[in-house]
Design a protein around this ligand. Structure first.
Ligand SMILES: C[S@@+](CC[C@H](N)C(=O)[O-])C[C@H]1O[C@@H](n2cnc3c(N)ncnc32)[C@H](O)[C@@H]1O
Length: 487
């Protein structure tokens, strides 16, 4: 992973000349510490805000960038450093601990944030080591004084004595004895998440098998932004042309932009409502529902039972419009229901603010029902830099009963001969096949369809009938899909 620019960031006007020490000529008074580089200051403030306020990085960053008037390359550098540091936290902490004369619990939290930021630059970017250390020390001096700066300087110099591979070789569990632990450490994932990937890949912890390594590496990389070309509004080819992106390999409505291609909201096609940000995997699972074969009379009624914030409702609503169908979209959160309304302007979509388990909708009435269940989101960690260190195993177990109840409600609403898509953006078996197995036990009238048949042209879909997409195989988030038909 590399940061933009080999020589570190261009310095902002405010920070230029900051290397001068002491007051301006002709004045007296104590020397003021130099002002820190603004891209690094922004990245540092992002780390603080994620730690102190439990902020979501993607929501906190835009206002931080605005506050410092960072745009273009400077904004890209701040984003890369902030997101990259958040992603790699576990790995960075292990290295920092090995280089510090005190345990991490005794390092002041804001100094630890700065150490993480400096270590990230040293281990995972091409920023020259002297620039990585000096800019971090400058930042700490400006924020916390020169003693703190001395401590950070000493630790970072030790961190910089080895590269990332050498630290992994020294600190990670042995690959032969604990392959999952080793892969987790090397690709900066909590062990339990790496284990859940290994379980979903279906491969026992075999040191000779590189797939877990590939899966975690892809999950650790900066992802490309994916756009959805709204059906009937713009084609993927047109969208690729106007955004400078490339048509997606599998979704006929998808476009991929290069990773780090700036503020997507500023693209004309997005601000004019012709396109929206949506992972290609999300597009594929929604498309699969529309392609599944129905039996009996098609009544043109579709249902999205967990619709907020409305990404898949926008795609399904657009396709329903072209198909002469309608979509009911259910979402219990007021704010998210409003986001769904905004995502489906002028489409044949009715939004209901309601709990999907007891929505005021008729039973046995819908041809196609999507349950995009609330889940741990372990399949979309690459898009949420801080999430992997925040999630806990208990998050998974807490959601399983809600997921089962929502799937049972979907099976109530679908008509005989209609199809339900059960979807999660998590590959964790407890949220995928675990939920299916328990619900289907109580529904002998439901059969699993082969979901692979509804994803023509997509390779490596396993043995079916369910589908697990993966970043390393498909370049998508790790979305799970099951298609069920009520007979
Ligand atoms: C994975 S998200 C859905 C994403 C959405 N389909 C999209 O593509 O934008 C799950 C949604 O389910 C909602 N949810 C939570 N509990 C629910 C319930 N009891 N009934 C229906 N939806 C629920 C959450 O608020 C969240 O918006």
């Amino acid at each position: 992973m590399s940061a933009p620019g080999r020589d570190g960031p261009r310095r902002s006007p405010r920070a230029r000349g900051a290397g001068r020490s002491g007051p301006p000529r002709g004045r007296s008074g104590p020397a003021r510490p130099p002002e820190p580089d603004l891209s690094r200051l922004a990245a540092f403030q992002l780390l603080v805000s994620v730690r102190v306020r439990d902020a979501y990085a993607n929501l906190a960053l835009p206002s931080i960038l605005r506050r410092h008037r960072l745009r273009g390359r400077d904004a890209a550098l701040a984003t890369e450093l902030g997101y990259g540091t958040l992603r790699a936290r576990g790995l960075l902490d292990a290295v920092i601990e090995a280089c510090s004369d005190r345990p991490l619990e005794r390092v002041e939290p804001h100094l630890l944030d700065a150490l993480r930021l400096g270590s990230y630059q040293l281990l995972r970017t091409r920023i020259p080591p002297h620039a990585a250390v000096a800019t971090t020390v400058e930042l700490v001096r400006a924020e916390a004084g020169s003693r703190a700066g001395g401590f950070v300087n000493a630790v970072l110099r030790r961190v910089g004595e080895r590269d990332e591979a050498a630290w992994v070789a020294q600190l990670a569990p042995s690959a032969a004895e604990d392959p999952v632990g080793h892969a987790a450490f090397a690709h900066a994932h909590p062990r339990w998440i790496a284990q859940s990937f290994a379980d979903a890949l279906g491969k026992p912890a075999d040191p000779a098998d590189a797939e877990l390594d590939a899966a975690l590496a892809a999950d650790d990389a900066r992802p490309a932004v994916h756009l959805l070309a709204r059906p009937g509004e713009i084609t993927a080819a047109e969208l690729a042309l106007v955004t400078g992106g490339a048509e997606a390999p599998y979704s006929p409505y998808g476009v991929h932009l290069e990773a780090g291609s700036g503020d997507v909201a500023e693209l004309d096609a997005v601000s004019e409502g012709l396109a929206l940000v949506q992972d290609e995997g999300s597009q594929l699972v929604a498309l699969a529902l529309t392609r599944a074969e129905l039996t009996g009379t098609d009544t043109g009624r579709w249902l999205d039972l967990c619709a907020g914030p409305g990404g898949k409702a926008a795609l399904l609503g657009g396709l329903a419009d072209l198909d002469g169908a309608t979509l009911d979209a259910v979402e219990p959160s007021e704010h998210r229901a409003e986001l769904v309304r905004r995502a489906v302007p002028e489409l044949p979509v009715t939004v209901h603010q309601a709990d999907g388990r007891s929505a005021p909708l008729p039973d046995a009435a819908f041809d196609r029902v999507l349950v995009d269940a609330p889940c741990s989101g372990l399949g979309a960690l690459r898009r949420r830099p801080e999430a992997r260190w925040r999630r806990q195993p208990s998050d998974v177990s807490a959601l399983a009963s809600l997921q089962r109840e929502l799937l049972a409600a979907a099976l109530r609403h679908v008509r005989p001969g209609g199809v339900v898509a059960y979807v999660t953006c998590s590959p964790h078996l407890a949220e995928t096949v675990g939920v299916l197995t328990r619900v289907l036990r109580a529904h002998p009238e439901v059969q699993r369809l082969d979901a692979r048949e509804c994803l023509p042209g997509v390779p490596d879909l396993g043995d079916g009938p369910t589908v697990q997409l993966w970043p390393h195989r498909h370049g998508t988030d790790a979305m799970f899909l099951a298609l069920l038909r009520r007979d």
